[in-house]
Design a protein around this ligand. Structure first.
Ligand code: ADP
Length: 570
C-alpha cells in the first residue's frame, strides 16, 4: 500500500522527455530561438522539471497568471499562490510568437528544456507587486526586484525537460520529490514534517524541531532553500555543513536533509503557502510555518511588511484543502537557570532568558568574539569559524594608492620584507613592474588600460585574500569608483586596508624619480595623474600617510600599527 500523501493536484507531474524525445528535441534546437535563464528562472525551471511545482506543466500562461494574482488559484481552481512565469525583455518579446518553441539554456549555454510558447504578455508590474507582495514599496526586496527588472514581458507555455540544472556540489543532497518519496517509503516513514531553516540552524531551531517532531509523531525533512545567498548571510556551502553538523544531534534515523532550489520571492503569507505545496509534493504530511515566514526585514522605519502570524494564518486557513497539516511554531527562548529552550508562551514569568539576534551573531563572527554553546552546537561553531576565521587568520589586502612618486612602492617593498620576516601568512607583492610584466603586458597607459590594470590587480588580490594570504598592491589607482569596486570584491573574503599615500603633488614632482613629471609637463605623456588627469583622493582610507617629512621605515610603522590595532596581527 502506498501511504505517501497525494501530490498537489493529484500526482507528481513528469516533464522530463525520455531519451528518444530528448535527442529529437536537441536536434530541433538547432533551428530554435534561445532564452538564457537568469539564476531565479533556472531555479523555477528546476522545480517545474523535478515535479516540486506539480501540477504545473510549464511556465504559466496569461489566464493562469491572472487567476493566481486575483484568487490564488489556477484556472482549474487548484490552489496556487504565486506566479511561476518566465520574464523576458521587450526586445525578446518582439521576436517570439505563440506556437513557436524556444530552447531554455543556462548561463553556460547548456540546453535544459524546451518551452512551447502559448502566451506572451506585458507585465503590469505595479498590479503584480500589489497583489503578490501587498506593497509597491521598493524597500521590499521582492517589489524592488520586480519593479527594477528590465524584463517587461512574460512568456508562458508547457515545458519539456531535457536535463535538470547541473549542481556540482552536494549531489547526494539534491533529490527530486519522487526520489524523496521513495526514500521515505524505504525508511518506513509515514508522518514527515517539513522544515525550511533560514539560518545555519542554531540550538533554538533544533529544539523547536525536536518539540514539533514529538508533538506530531513525525520524522523531519530538513529542507533548506539553497539558492543565491543574500549579502551578509552565511555562504551556502558553510550553511550546508552546519546542517550536516547540527543534524548529527537528532535521534538516529529521524531526520533527512535535502536541498531545495527555490527562488525566494519574500512574499510572506503567499510564499509560505507555496512552500507548503512544495513540501507536500516532496512527501511531507506536516509543515512548519515560523513567525515572519518568508518575510523581508522590516523597512527603514522598523515597520514589518507582514504581520508576524500572517503566514501561519494563511496556511492554516487553507490546510484542509491542501491536505497537509500545518505546525505554527513560536519563537524559542533560552531559559538560563534551567539550561533549556522553551516556546516564548511557556516561559514562566520572572525567569532569566537570553537571546542573540542575527545582527549580534554576525557582529560576533566579524569581530571573532566567542559564540556561546547554549546558542549553537560546538560542531556548528567549528564549521562557521572555519569559514569565518578570526581576523588574525583571515586574508587581507594592503592597497596603496597615491600619486606617482608619493612613496607607495618604497613603503610596499619594506612592508613586504617585514611581513615575510613575521611569517604569519603567505605574502604576495603585486608591484607595478611585476604586474605590468606578467599580468598586463599587452596594456598601454591610456585611461582605460590603466583602469583595467588596476582592476586586474584587484582581482588577483581578491583571490589571494580568499585563500587567506596577504596581498600588497601599489598602483596609483586614481579613480574612486574603481577602488570602491576592488574593496567590494575583496571584502567578501577578508580585510581591505586602503593606504592613502597623501604626499602632495609638489613633493612628488620635486622627487621626480623616473623623470615622468618632467615629461608630462612637456606634454610628452598624455593623461598623467596629477598633471593632466585627476587623482580622486580617498574619502575614508584606513591609513593616511604623508611622506614629506617621514622616513620610509616610519611610514611602514604606521601601517603595522594599524594592522595591530585592527586585530590582523594577533
Ligand atoms: P610611488 O610608488 O608612489 O610612485 P616610489 O616609492 O617609487 O613612489 O618613489 C618614492 C620616492 O620618494 C623614492 O625615491 C623614496 O626614496 C622617496 N621617499 C622619501 N621619503 C619617503 C617615505 N617616507 N616613504 C616612501 N618614499 C619616500
Amino acid at each position: 500500500m502506498n501511504t505517501a500523501p497525494i501530490a498537489h493536484g493529484g500526482s507528481i507531474v513528469n516533464l522530463m522527455a525520455d531519451d528518444e524525445r530528448a535527442s529529437e528535441l536537441k536536434r530541433f534546437s538547432r533551428d530554435l530561438g534561445s532564452i538564457t535563464l537568469s539564476a531565479a528562472a533556472a531555479y523555477d525551471l528546476e522545480l517545474l522539471m523535478n515535479g516540486a511545482f506539480s501540477p504545473l506543466t510549464g511556465f504559466m500562461g496569461r489566464d493562469d497568471y491572472d487567476v493566481v494574482l486575483s484568487r490564488m488559484r489556477l484556472q482549474n481552481d487548484c490552489l496556487w499562490p504565486l506566479p511561476v512565469c518566465l520574464p523576458i525583455s521587450a526586445i525578446q518579446a518582439q521576436q517570439i510568437e505563440p506556437g513557436q518553441s524556444l530552447a531554455l539554456r543556462d548561463v553556460e549555454g547548456f540546453m535544459l528544456a524546451v518551452l512551447h510558447v502559448w502566451d506572451i504578455w506585458p507585465i503590469d508590474k505595479k498590479r503584480e507587486a500589489q497583489q503578490i507582495f501587498c506593497s509597491r514599496d521598493v524597500r521590499h526586496p521582492g517589489v524592488r526586484r520586480l519593479l527594477e527588472s528590465d524584463a517587461d514581458y512574460y512568456v508562458g507555455g508547457p515545458v519539456e525537460g531535457i536535463q535538470l540544472p547541473l549542481h556540482a556540489a552536494f549531489k547526494s543532497l539534491r533529490n527530486t520529490p519522487m526520489e524523496m518519496r521513495q526514500r521515505f517509503k524505504k525508511l518506513g516513514w509515514r508522518r514527515i514534517v517539513g522544515y525550511q531553516p533560514q539560518g545555519p540552524m542554531h540550538r533554538a531551531e533544533f529544539e523547536m524541531t525536536l518539540r514539533v517532531m514529538a508533538q506530531t509523531k513525525a520524522c523531519l525533512l530538513l529542507h533548506p532553500v539553497i539558492t543565491t545567498a543574500m549579502p551578509g548571510d552565511i555562504d551556502n556551502h558553510t550553511r550546508i555543513h552546519c546542517y550536516l553538523a547540527a543534524g548529527k544531534n537528532y535521534p538516529a534515523n529521524m531526520m533527512q536533509l535535502n536541498l531545495m532550489p527555490f527562488a525566494m520571492r519574500m512574499a510572506g503569507p503567499r510564499e509560505a503557502l507555496l512552500q507548503a505545496i512544495i513540501q507536500k509534493n516532496y512527501g511531507c504530511t506536516h509543515v512548519i510555518v515560523e513567525p515572519d515566514h518568508a518575510s523581508p526585514k522590516p523597512d527603514a522605519d522598523g515597520l514589518p511588511f507582514y504581520r508576524k502570524e500572517a503566514a501561519a494564518e494563511m496556511v492554516a486557513s487553507l490546510c484542509h484543502e491542501l491536505g497537509i497539516e500545518i505546525v505554527a511554531c513560536e519563537e524559542m527562548q533560552y531559559v538560563v537557570e534551567e539550561d533549556v529552550y522553551l516556546p516564548a508562551s511557556e516561559v514562566p514569568t520572572g525567569v532569566r532568558t537570553r537571546h542573540i539576534n542575527n545582527d549580534e551573531f554576525h557582529s560576533k563572527l566579524r569581530n571573532s568574539r566567542k559564540i556561546p554553546e547554549w546558542f549553537t552546537f560546538p560542531e556548528v561553531i567549528d564549521v562557521i569559524q572555519q569559514a569565518y576565521p578570526p581576523r588574525h587568520k583571515q586574508g587581507f589586502t594592503l592597497f596603496f594608492t597615491g600619486l606617482s612618486g608619493a612613496g607607495k612602492s618604497t613603503i610596499a617593498r619594506i612592508l613586504y620584507a617585514r611581513l615575510l620576516e613575521m611569517r604569519s601568512r603567505p605574502v604576495t607583492l603585486l608591484d607595478g613592474d611585476i604586474v605590468r610584466r606578467n599580468l598586463s603586458s599587452e596594456l598601454g597607459f591610456s585611461k582605460e588600460h590603466r583602469d583595467l590594470n588596476v582592476k586586474r590587480i584587484g582581482f588577483v588580490a581578491s583571490e589571494i585574500t580568499k585563500n587567506r594570504g596577504i596581498a600588497i598592491c601599489a598602483p596609483i589607482a586614481p579613480y574612486s569608483s574603481t577602488r570602491k569596486y576592488i574593496r567590494r570584491i575583496i571584502e567578501q573574503y577578508g580585510g581591505f586596508i586602503e593606504i592613502y599615500v597623501a604626499t602632495p603633488l609638489a613633493v612628488c614632482e620635486s622627487r621626480d624619480r623616473k623623470g615622468l613629471y618632467a615629461k608630462a609637463r612637456a606634454g610628452l605623456i598624455r593623461e598623467f595623474t596629477g598633471v593632466s588627469d585627476p587623482y580622486e583622493a580617498p574619502e575614508a582610507p584606513e591609513v593616511c600617510i604623508d611622506t614629506t617629512d617621514m622616513t620610509p621605515d616610519e611610514a611602514v610603522q604606521e601601517v603595522l600599527l594599524y594592522m595591530e590595532r585592527s586585530g590582523y596581527m594577533r
